[in-house]
Ligand binder design. Sequence first.
Ligand code: PSV
Ligand code: MN
Length: 426
Amino acid sequence: MRIESELNDYNGRHVKRHEKQVSLAKQLLELEDSEWNKLVDAIASFQVAVPSWALGTGGTRFGRFPAGGEPRNLEEKIEDVGLLHALSKATDSISLHIPWDIPDDVASVKAQLAENHLSIDAVNSNTFQDQKGQDFSYKFGSLCHTDAGVREEAIEHNIEVIRHGEALGSTMLSVWLADGSNFPGQHNFRQAYERTLQSLMKIYAAMPDNWSMLLEYKPYEPNFYSMVLPDWGTSLKMCEACGERADVLVDLGHHLPNTNIEQIVARLTHFGRLGGFHFNGSQYGDDDLTTGSIKPFQLYLIFVELVMAKKDKSVKNPAVAYMIDASHNTKDPLVDLLMSLEQIRIAYAKALLTDFNALHRAQEENDVAGAELILQRAFQSDVRPLLADARLKSGGCVDPIAFFNEARVRENLVSQRGKLSVATGL
Ligand code: PSV
Ligand code: MN
């Protein structure tokens, strides 16, 4: 969908109001122009990948209610992320899931990516479903399986994912395993761990030198008694055993309720093994809700850790891959993703506004109230004009969701792709 002229027209009609808000925000946040511009640049360069599987409706265990106009193939998924990026200027890459997103024509996919100013983020393997024609079943696990044949099949699949990723210019393999047991006694926990590790080591060895592996943990699946990779500690141990280019991936929804995720983030940065994030919102478990919709303060605290780590020269490997991993049932998927992108940048901007020197002093002096007040001061600020300015200065839209609705983007997609189009994948 070509939107440049409509976008310029929309921005032109709203720029006066935006300028007024910028001037008020500068006063309220007590920022000089140079400080404002520095923040705008930092926010503008903060990019979060969108996964190919989040562009359509996900559904629940009981049903799915299509949004209409959902992308039917890889090209249309790239088109949708291109649109999200054109509006938000906050998502310059797409993460693919193999086998759902195997390209028919690599050269034309690359050309389409370049046209949309996008690149390929991590490529994800899928050993949580059996694929047509495969020799063995993952019913009782994949990399952890008792049968070496099944393990080999899952290892080969991951290597095939790496090859597809290489062709498209990716440099990251993301591994999430649904391996686990349903009942007590089913698994020998120690052996299941060891088999998984040996399998992962083979996959790691097959990666090109400039690649890294992201290992995602998750405490439970419905109907499961145990997961082979349930927590950050297990993931960290496996990464350390695999090698320097294996890092832990934190999916916000993959924690039991009330887990202190910000402390996990601090631990992993301390060990130099935080590789990536999957952002989403969660009330109970892996709800895959809009990022920041339930616990915006926790999201801010996570960013405080990330920004602090970046400032700290003793932290090794502070580069982190950011991605949204959400599912949409009642909201329009594209609107939901725009909402998440906004919330993530809001939390980041607030973390950037945090007075870390004062926080450090308060911590050293055991000034408990003072330390908390420093965080609250930044968290309670309204940073939305900063974000809008970052978008405008990068050529995006002053208000992406208002534009999306006014330009009737979903209605246009429905007329092009149909009401019942189904995204390949989840
Ligand atoms: C399943 O929980 C999951 O949502 C994981 O978070 C993965 O990242 C994603 O699916 C794609 O495999
Ligand atoms: Mn995830």
